[in-house]
Design a protein around this ligand. Structure first.
Ligand code: DDQ
Ligand code: CA
Length: 273
């Protein structure tokens, strides 16, 4: 009988261990083949450049030839500008007056498209001299970020929705709810289209989301808190949030800055594993 008891006990104990093992694995959400976890990246700063500390950056893009285009906000301070990357000096400044608050900016063909905060009004500028050549109305809830894949516009409005817009009619031709592991990611702000992905600043965070438009999923997070923290430690205590992503597709360079930041950075991503 002792032998039989021992075998029954052994079966019971191994069964309990395996049941507990499976359920605890589920409970802790251990990675499994059908769960995709986003890649997390920290950054390395490759180059630092001067950035106008009065520029409340709301839109940023690379124009080629070491030049950036930038849209700035705040009433009375809003502008569109062409900036020399190496010196940070503003080469062309187009002021917007005090009734509009500049937001997202993108270049399609040789025209710049810009949206504005709390109005559905957008403006079109000549990319050469920044003269205003048009005006449009869009159908997003608000105007926050703009980007382009070279064919159509991508827009954000501070919600979790990423829009595709027709650059001729400004009608919404598609939209996706952006999600990270099935949770909506709200406050999508400044945008950049990079190698088929949409990169987005998430307002009031030090993070950039790498979004795949086809399913709206965030498949990567870039953590940049050290940039803002180092500026504050260096005495720049009045800076606002990280905002502004620009992409040099020719030389594969990524630039980031923030609202009222005295620096603009060229960064490299370091995958955390
Ligand atoms: N947005 O960038 C999140 C779209 C808008 C930011 C608006 C910040 C308002 C600041 C107002 C300061 C007034 C002195
Ligand atoms: Ca951008």
């Amino acid at each position: 009988y002792n032998k039989l008891y021992f075998i029954v006990l052994l079966i019971f104990v191994t069964g309990a261990i395996s049941i507990f093992g499976v359920s605890s694995a589920r409970w802790r959400r251990f990675p499994s083949a059908n769960t995709s976890f986003p890649q997390i990246y920290t950054i390395k700063v490759l180059n630092e450049f001067y950035h106008d500390p009065k520029a409340f950056t709301q839109g940023l893009l690379y124009a080629g030839n070491d030049r950036l285009y930038e849209s700035t906000g705040l009433y009375g301070e809003s502008s569109v500008r062409k900036v020399d990357l190496q010196t940070g000096q503003v080469e062309i400044l187009q002021r917007m007056g005090s009734s509009f608050f500049g937001e997202g900016l993108t270049l399609l063909g040789n025209r710049l498209f810009q949206v504005t905060w709390l109005t559905k009004t957008g403006f079109i500028y000549d990319g050469k001299n920044l003269t205003k050549i048009g005006k449009f109305t869009h159908q997003m809830d608000d105007g926050w970020g703009l980007a382009t894949d070279g064919k159509i516009l991508y827009g954000s409005d501070g919600t979790s929705t990423l829009y595709r817009l027709d650059p001729k009619t400004f009608k919404v031709i598609g939209k996706k709810i952006v999600k990270y592991n099935d949770r909506e990611v709200r406050n999508l702000n400044e945008l950049e289209f990079i190698n088929g992905e949409v990169w987005a600043n998430v307002w009031q965070t030090d993070c950039i989301a790498r979004i795949s438009y086809k399913d709206g999923r965030v498949h990567g997070w870039i953590l940049l808190e050290k940039l803002r923290k180092e500026l504050i430690a260096a005495g720049y205590i009045h800076i606002d949030v990280l905002n502004g992503i620009a992409w040099d597709s020719k030389d594969n360079r990524v630039f980031v800055t923030g609202k009222l930041w005295p620096r603009l950075y060229e960064i490299e991503l370091l995958p955390l594993k």
